[in-house]
Structures are given as C-alpha cells and as structure tokens.
Design a protein around this ligand. Sequence first.
Ligand SMILES: Cc1cc2nc3c(=O)[nH]c(=O)nc-3n(C[C@H](O)[C@H](O)[C@H](O)COP(=O)(O)OP(=O)(O)OC[C@H]3O[C@@H](n4cnc5c(N)ncnc54)[C@H](O)[C@@H]3O)c2cc1C
Length: 394
Amino acid sequence: MTRSTYDVILVGGGVMGCATAYHLLQLDNRLQVALIELDPTYARASTTLSDGNIRVQFNIKENIQMSLYGLEVLTRFADELAVDDDQPDPGFRQQGNLFVIDEASHDETRAGLALQQSLGGQVEWLSPEQVRAAYPLYENLDGCVGGTLGRQDGTMSPLAVLHAYRKKAVALGARFMEAEVAAITRDAERVSGVALASGERLSAPMVVNAAGPWASKIALTVGVALPISPTKRQVTAVEVATRPERILPALFLPSGLYCIHEGGGLFMIGQSFPDDPVGLEDFSWERRRFEELIWPELVEVMPSFDRLKISGGWAGLYEVNTFDGNAIVGEWPELRGLYLANGFSGHGFQQCHAVGRYTAELILGRPHALDLGIFAARRILENRPALESRRKII
Ligand SMILES: Cc1cc2nc3c(=O)[nH]c(=O)nc-3n(C[C@H](O)[C@H](O)[C@H](O)COP(=O)(O)OP(=O)(O)OC[C@H]3O[C@@H](n4cnc5c(N)ncnc54)[C@H](O)[C@@H]3O)c2cc1C
C-alpha cells in the first residue's frame, strides 16, 4: 500500500522542488518526502524552457552570494549528485556574461560591481574599446559607457541539472509522484497536506509551494494571495554567416535584449517587454515579435545580423514577482507549515542550489549556510520591497 502521510510535500517537481527535496534528504535521510509533479515530461515547466544562464552580476548581496554558491556547487556537481557510478554533467559552458552599460545605469552598475568584487566575484569593468574587443560583433557602441564582464558566468543545460537533483532525491528516498495537486489543505492556522485532482488526500505538516509560474494559482487554493504573474517570455534561435572563432560571452544590452552565443554562427536571443502576455495558457512562439521588436535593435548594434536565418524558438513563463522582482522564500507568516520557493522572475534557475538548501534548513530548523531572510515572505505583508534596481523591477 502506498503511504499517504509525509513529513514534507513539495508541490512541483521542477528544479526548485527537486533541489529542495535533495537538500531535505541530505540533511535528514529518515524524512518522508513526496515530490508531486503533474507533468514529468516538463513540457511547460520554466526550468526546461529556461536559457540556463548563471551570473554573478546582481546588486543585492544575497543574489550575488546565491550565484557564487551556485558556481561553487557546479565545481563538485558531478560528484555530489552522482547516483552509483552515474555522474551528471550539467554541460556548464563558462563563456562569461557581458553587460553593456549606458549612462543611466552607470552609477548603479558601479556600486553593484564593487559589491560583487568585495564578495569574491570575478567581474571586471571594461572600457567601450574593451567591450568591442570582448565582443567583436558589437560594432555600434553608441551610448555605451562601458561594460561589466563576469568571467565565471555561463550557460548550461537546465534539464540536466533538474534531472540530477531529481534522481539524487529519489535515490535518497523521495517519492516522486506524477499527479496534479488540486489544493493545499489546512487545519485552522496550519497546513495539513494536499488534495490531489484524483481525489486522493495526502497529509503533511509542511508543504512547499514549488510550482513556478503556477505558484499563485496553487497558493490561492489555501487563501494565500501572492504577487506573482506568470508572464510569457520567448527565445529565438538564429544563425548568422559570421562564425566567431571562439565562444563569445553572452551579451546583455541596456534595453534588456540578450544574445547568447551557442558556438559557430548560432545565437539564442531574447528580451522582455512590458506587454508580454500574462497567463498560464499561452506558450506560442511568435516569429513576428522577434522580427518587429528585437531584430531592428540587433541589427543596429550588430550590423552583420541584418541577414540571418531564424532557426526556431520557444516560449516559457517567468514567474514575475510584481512586488519587487525577487525570490519569495520561507514560511508564509499567516499559515504555519506553508513554505514558498517562488517569484524568481527570470533568475530562478541559477538560484535553485541556494534556495533548495535554505528551504530545507528552514524546514528542519537548521542553521543557515547563507541567510536569505531578505527574501522572506513577510516583506510583502509589511510592504518592504527588496529591489535590485531603483529604475526597473525586471
Ligand atoms: C524563457 C526563459 C528563460 C529563462 N532563463 C533563465 C536563465 O537564464 N537563468 C535563470 O536563472 N533563470 C531563467 N529562467 C527562470 C527559471 O527558469 C525559473 O525561475 C526556474 O526554472 C523556476 O523553477 P521552478 O522549479 O520554480 O519552476 P518550474 O520549472 O516551472 O517547475 C514548476 C513545476 O510545477 C509543476 N506544477 C504546477 N502546478 C502543479 C500542480 N498543481 N500539481 C503538481 N505539479 C504542478 C509544473 O508542471 C512544473 O513542472 C528563465 C525562464 C524562462 C521562461
């Protein structure tokens, strides 16, 4: 007979749910942990639709520390996450991230850079000439006052990282269930478990909302309103005739346009727009949006992109935290036992290592290796935003 009582239930088996399950069992292998995922093919999960990029270039200390910790984990990932002789390979391509800085973001960037460096991040300031040297395709430097190059940054396979955490969590004893959570249940001021769409009920004193873009939908079932909007973001793969000899850093422009060199003439391009559709159903990739909204700027800064082949693209959902654009982690102050790992707003993949560990420590009452209290849910109720930038949320 299958069990129906657990110590911890995780709603959502994306990278957050799997990393948290792993850390829980790594800290205490006697725990009964259920990891519930409605679609084990992860067709719509943000994790598998993500660009898989990690960067040290943040302005909030804890965001920088989370990335530095993620980079440290990546150096021992194959050993730490191995199951028997099977060592996972996240395919980490440490190509660096180059942010182009304009006048408007200069002061904020300089302050962020100083903080990154003081914490041990290998990020350096480049002059406009050095920006061009680092990114030879970048011809039009109008408005560029410099750049920041994070040499440790890079890109990897989100699916490989997700599968590694999932496999290790299961090897340590987590029960991975293919099922849909219809509602989180409560008993007065405490969480009591979940009700599945099948009608089955599972009980647990601790439930973690790790449902990514579905986080607010699932939280509402237990009366908790989260400021999280599932927002469509699309990525387009293009091929150009120019084939840089070496892999270039991923390029981030002040407008938010980014361009990740995949090798040869292949690039992945994306950008967020204020009118990106909000909702849980639209996963369509729109060629028109690339052609009309992104391509013109791309050609302006890199004229050789005037002729390119659009190889295809995809769309996924950011779980945008409309309050302040940052993670919401820890227990919801008004409902004991409900833990959140939500609201990552486009930078959650790289934070899975730190958030998974922190959430497990919180649940088990262990000391924190890295205190993420700045991202506690209470700040929402107390109206204390934790902003990365004074100029924009994301
Ligand atoms: C286009 C794009 C590019 C991105 N690029 C980056 C990047 O370069 N770097 C970075 O750090 N981040 C990036 N992100 C953000 C990152 O992907 C997410 O922050 C991160 O993957 C969130 O992980 P998660 O496990 O919380 O969510 P998900 O991966 O979405 O997992 C949530 C899971 O919950 C399941 N679920 C939902 N509801 C239920 C239910 N009721 N019952 C059971 N299961 C349920 C879903 O099926 C899903 O598998 C990007 C996101 C997108 C969309």
